[in-house]
Each structure stands twice: as structure tokens, then as C-alpha cells.
Design a binder for this molecule. Structure first.
Ligand SMILES: Cc1ncc(COP(=O)(O)O)c(C=O)c1O
Length: 219
């Protein structure tokens, strides 16, 4: 009935750079963790959904971009509140919406436009990710990337050190230096820098410098 993909996987740090042509089968994509990180062609997709909490604004609101025929074809036995067509018919106001979260998403969209739109955001995101991946690749094995270069995410940069003790040391020292949340997801361990749209280039520069210093002190 459909093909479902997740465009960016935050735990391992992988990202699809292109999507398959699924012909007449609708392609449905969870873009929660990389929507608006770069330009994309909406016409490829039957339905896109994205929780706002990573690149769009506060948690509590989900953006859905869908083909009308998919909305109208949902079976009647789906409860009213769970049917996208209910929201489409009522201008997303069937019940009280999370108005503050929606207001903030609009502010973020205006900010994206000021930054040069999605092309402008992509330029910065590519620079941010390159700073960190370059540090990993030029570290002579001190930092080890977890993902093949072609599949690396520009939102979640995952890497490992020689052993878990050194990783713990990295997390501790990075926290002391003011970095938050570099610990990898509990299911895989290691390190992870989540560099969503709201993270400025300067923060990635600071992390790259911290990585240089940590390597010098420990190799
Ligand atoms: C791609 C993707 N989908 C879904 C989720 C989970 O969203 P929620 O906690 O709103 O269910 C996440 C992470 O939070 C995610 O990265």
C-alpha cells in the first residue's frame, strides 16, 4: 500500500541522500530529524510528516505535507481524531491546536527565509558537518566515524574513541567546557554531536577545536 522511509536516523547518524522512485506506490517519509536542513523536492513524496522538535520549533506540533488523494482515501473506521482528512477539512483547527508551538514554527520559518531559505541553511549545515567529519577523518584513527562517508548524516555526527574509558573522559571534559549532550544514544554508545538547524557554525567550530585539544592531550 505504501513505502515508508525515515530520511535521517539520529541514533547511528545516517541520512538518505536520495529516495527511490516508487512509481504509483506512495512514498511516505518521516522527516522529523532533517526536515528543512536542505532543499528537497516535495513532489517525490505521497506524504511527509515531521515532529517539529528538531528543526522546526518546540515539541508538540507535527507538520504534515500530503497529497490530497491520500488524505481522502483513509478508511472510515479510523477514529476521527486520527484521520488526517479531519485536519485538512478543518484548517488544522478541529480541536484546540498547540498555538504557541505553531507560532514558534512560523517564527522559525521566517528565520529560515532570512538565512537565504533552504539553500542558505544547507550551506551552513554542510559547513558545520564538514568541520566535524574533517576532524574525525584527519585524526589518524583517534576518532573513528561510525558511518560510511556516503551515508553520513549532516544532522547527527556519530563517532567513537579507542575505548569506553576515553569516551567517558571526552564526555566529562566536554561538559566541563560547556558542551551539552555529546553522549551517544544509550543503545549504541559512543559520541554523537546533534547539529540541527538551530546550532550555529561557531558551536561546531568550538567543538572541532575541543576535539583537536582532546586528541593532543590523549594521544
Ligand atoms: C526520525 C524521527 N522520528 C520520530 C522521532 C520520535 O518523535 P516523537 O518523540 O515525537 O514520537 C524521532 C526522535 O525524536 C526521530 O528522529
Amino acid at each position: 500500500a505504501y513505502v515508508h522511509m525515515t530520511s535521517n536516523e539520529t541514533i547511528e547518524g545516517t541520512q538518505f541522500k536520495q529516495f527511490p522512485d516508487t512509481g504509483s506506490v506512495p512514498l511516505i517519509v518521516d522527516m522529523s530529524s532533517d526536515i528543512f536542513c536542505k532543499p528537497f523536492d516535495v513532489t517525490q513524496f505521497g506524504l511527509i510528516y515531521a515532529g517539529a522538535q528538531k528543526n522546526l520549533g518546540p515539541s508538540g506540533v507535527t507538520v504534515v505535507i500530503a497529497r490530497e488523494e491520500l488524505l481522502t482515501s483513509s478508511p472510515d473506521n479510523i477514529p476521527t481524531m486520527l484521520r488526517y482528512s479531519t485536519y485538512e477539512k478543518n484548517n488544522s483547527l478541529y480541536n484546540t491546536p498547540p498555538s504557541f508551538a505553531i507560532y514558534m514554527v512560523n517564527e522559525v520559518l521566517k528565520w529560515i527565509q532570512e538565512e537565504g531559505g533552504l539553500a542558505g541553511i544547507e550551506r551552513v549545515n554542510q559547513q558545520k558537518a564538514a568541520l566535524l567529519y574533517d576532524r574525525i577523518d584527519s585524526s589518524e584513527g583517534f576518532y573513528r566515524g561510525c558511518v560510511d562517508s556516503a551515508d553520513r548524516s549532516i544532522m547527527n555526527v556519530t563517532f567513537r574513541l579507542a575505548n569506553e574509558d576515553l569516551e567517558k573522559q571526552f564526555i566529562k571534559e566536554s561538559e566541563q567546557a560547556g558542551f551539552i549532550g555529546l553522549k551517544g544514544h544509550r543503545s549504541v554508545g559512543g559520541l554523537r554531536a546533534s547539529i540541527y538547524n538551530a546550532v550555529p557554525l561557531e558551536n561546531c567550530q568550538a567543538l572541532a577545536e575541543f576535539m583537536d585539544g582532546f586528541k593532543q592531550r590523549n594521544s
